[in-house]
Design a protein around this ligand. Structure first.
Ligand code: GUN
Length: 281
């Protein structure tokens, strides 16, 4: 079997086009604040591409660059200012933060109404309780859109998520559960990982290790979602060995051009949603 490639770039473009048309009819231009502390080179690339995507969609990006030794008080007072600013509809704090800062404290300071990353405990809790009105975290939300793109009925499928991060693995597991998948979260302590993964109809790889998922991990006909973005001497690699997976799976997301563009499209969508929530009559 040769898998079909799930084209995240194309799907993201169509989402972005729809948002651009919607935003053009808004009474004001939406604004997204993007905060980056320190000089992590990968974060710098992500922040630039988020700002560019905003401009292309009709959202004003306000980028705040803070030095690596920024204090928690400085960062918190910036967040308070942005929470209160009417020009700012969404606030994103790029992760990882410098080690001396408490990520939980900082993310918890973003007002839930502007939490377009979906990392505030209130939004995360609404997802766990399957309540409406939450901002869904961008990468997991993009993963669900890619899965829907297959046209397959997701009800009752076995989904294995490899990775339990607060940003991707854990919320992806909850969203899959909300789609009525039977979900297993695997992580670095999981025993018999390859055989567990071979039981997956949907395999989400969010481990951060280049080409970690090889053909031994893949059930014939599975849908493979590769969240990895690993910079290696041989270029950008996913968490999945693409050349092996494509021979066994039914669908696979490429790296680049799969989950990455969808994450950005979902950020734009959440910013648009935030604007509408804040301007409800
Ligand atoms: N770092 C890696 N992925 C993300 C993301 O989706 N949002 C933020 N804020 N930081 C990240």
């Amino acid at each position: 079997m040769t898998a079909q490639v799930l084209d995240g770039k194309k799907l993201a473009q169509s989402v972005r086009l729809g948002l651009k048309q919607k935003i053009a009819a808004f009474p004001q231009i939406p604004g997204l604040a993007v905060i980056i502390a320190g000089n992590n080179p990968a974060s710098e690339i992500y922040v630039r591409s988020k700002a560019k995507a905003c401009r292309e969609t009709g959202i004003i990006p306000y980028t705040y660059r803070l030095p690596a030794d920024t204090s928690a008080d400085e960062l918190l007072s910036l967040i308070q200012k942005l929470n209160a600013s009417p020009e700012i509809n969404g606030i994103l704090v790029q992760l990882p933060l410098p080690a001396h800062l408490d990520t939980t404290q900082i993310l918890g300071a973003v007002t839930p109404e502007k939490d377009v990353d979906g990392f505030h405990p209130l939004n995360a809790g609404l997802v766990v309780q399957k309540q409406a009105g939450a901002f869904l975290p961008c990468t997991p939300k993009g993963i669900i859109r890619l899965l829907r793109q297959t046209g397959k009925d997701l009800n009752g499928l076995n989904a294995v998520v490899v990775g339990r991060s607060q940003i991707v693995g854990l919320p992806a597991a909850h969203l899959l559960l909300n789609e009525n998948c039977t979900v297993t979260v695997a992580h670095s302590r999981t025993r018999g990982l390859a055989s567990l993964c071979r039981s997956a109809d949907i395999l989400v790889a969010a481990v951060g290790k280049p080409e970690f998922i090889t053909r031994d991990f893949i059930k014939p006909g599975a849908i493979i979602i590769d969240v990895g973005i690993n910079r290696t001497p041989d270029g950008l690699k996913g968490d999945v060995c693409f050349s092996e997976a494509i021979e066994t799976a039914s669908y696979i997301t490429p790296v680049p051009g799969g989950v990455g563009p969808m994450t950005i499209a979902m950020l734009l969508e959440n910013t648009c949603e935030a604007f509408l929530k804040q301007h409800r009559p």
